[in-house]
Ligand binder design. Structure first.
Ligand code: PLP
Length: 423
């Protein structure tokens, strides 16, 4: 499972020293472990213990086509949030019958594309959206399957931006309105109601939070069924948290305390499965982070050490344009050298090259002393890493490399400067 470990002084990705990946492909570069992706997929599947279900990988977490193909080969479908993600999922040979389309703001052309592709279902969020879906499905001579996304007003904890099921959030239909909306939907000729969808947030670390959501959805399924509307599917969403702190351990790097040790999607799924099973519905989930976060590392190169009266800045060649999570969510990513030299630890701000004080990868962080030209690995960046990168300051997006045992392959080329201004 842990595919990034030190072998003597070198941090390895499977059997490849990450230093050599940085030298061969340049930096900043996202590096993924094939074995890690497969292990995470398999552990999630095992957690269902033979119960019929569909795991739809949330493409928003990582939209690299080659990774998606790997995940698809493990039996996963895809949850897409845009026409772009839909196109990538189809290009990765994910069968349309395993694709769901989520999101509060689907455009007309996105709905048309989903219907024409023959996706399994749209997870819908408003009556206006359902009406539009009905109209477009009618024009296309098809029926659209829907799951109604419910807002249960549950605080998922963590950063406010990734909590999605509180009543002030834009997502879903309030649980108290679900029956009324479904009754109205039953009158629409081109819609087939399949069931309910809930996604309460991301990086959720407590089983009790998921159990609350499971109990809420079960109770709603019972009410809706009692009112004569059959509920066949429950899509329980994603959000399974992962360990970020202290992921890599070893004598040459600072120890990091982590409450998240032993956290896994598989255990969280096992905690709610007995509850959800009671409904006898077809179950699906939409894990993103828990499939790919641990499988990826961002490698950056140290450009300068810069000391002021009260701070040490380690300026590196990757910033918030490459990895936005620290700036956007105050997210914590462990940062360790690609090669250890037995140097003392020092406290530093690891910052990017952009013209923003918010451009940092870590603040006030203990790291072993590093020098200009050396490489740092920003750990657990396989999810919401590359997909949130931008061209801010007209910097090309990084390359992506996949390690498979002793082999490395380029799975996305680094953007070129020319691509930044091509019309
Ligand atoms: C509707 C939906 N499903 C699934 C996910 C994936 O969540 P995670 O990556 O936390 O598993 C998200 C992420 O925000 C989402 O919005």
């Amino acid at each position: 499972m842990q595919e990034f470990v030190y072998n003597n002084s070198l941090l390895m990705g499977e059997s490849v020293p990450l230093k050599s990946v940085a030298e061969e492909f340049g930096t900043p570069v996202y590096v993924y472990s094939r074995r890690s992706v497969l292990d995470h997929c398999r552990n999630i599947e095992k957690a269902f213990d033979g119960h019929p279900h569909l795991s739809c990988f949330a493409v928003k977490a990582n939209a690299n086509r080659d990774l998606l193909r790997l995940i698809g080969e493990e039996g996963f479908g895809a949850d897409v949030g845009s026409i772009g993600e839909l196109t990538i999922a189809l290009a990765a040979d994910i069968h349309p019958s395993k694709i769901t389309f989520s999101g509060v703001g689907k455009r007309d052309d996105e709905i048309v594309a989903g219907i024409r592709a023959g996706i399994y279902a749209f997870n819908v969020e408003s009556t206006e959206e359902i009406r539009l879906l009905d109209t477009i499905a009618g024009q296309e001579g098809k029926k659209a399957r829907i799951l109604l996304r419910i807002n249960f007003d549950i605080d998922a904890g963590g950063h406010a931006y990734v909590s999605t099921s509180m009543k002030h959030n834009k997502f879903g239909i309030p649980a108290g309105k679900a029956l009324e909306v479904l009754r109205w939907t039953q009158g629409l000729p081109n819609i087939e109601i399949r069931g309910l969808h809930s996604h309460i947030g991301s990086q959720i670390t407590k089983a009790e939070t998921f159990q609350r959501a499971a109990r809420a959805i079960i109770s709603l399924v019972q009410d809706i069924t009692a009112a004569g509307i059959p509920v066949r599917d429950i899509d329980f969403g994603g959000g399974f948290g992962v360990q970020y702190r202290g992921y890599v351990t070893g004598p040459g790097i600072p120890a990091e305390e982590s409450e998240e040790v032993n956290l896994s999607a598989a255990t969280l799924i096992r905690d709610v499965l007995p509850l959800l099973r009671e409904t006898h519905c077809r179950l699906s989930i939409q894990p993103g982070r828990s499939v790919v976060a641990h499988a990826g590392v961002l490698l950056v190169k140290v450009l300068y050490r810069k000391e002021t009266d009260d701070r040490l800045f380690v300026v590196v060649d990757g910033g918030m344009n490459d990895l936005l999570r620290p700036s956007l969510y105050d997210a914590y990513h462990q940062i360790v050298p690609a090669e250890l030299h037995g140097r003392p630890f020092e406290k530093a701000d690891v910052v990017g090259p952009l013209c923003e004080s918010g451009d940092f990868l870590a603040l006030d962080r203990q790291i072993p002393r590093v020098e200009r030209g050396e490489y740092l690995a920003v750990m657990c960046t396989g999810a919401y890493g590359y997909v949130l990168s931008s061209n801010y300051n007209s910097r090309p997006r990084p390359a992506e490399v996949l390690i498979d045992g002793t082999k490395c392959s380029l799975i996305r080329k680094r953007e070129t400067i020319e691509q930044l201004f091509e019309g």
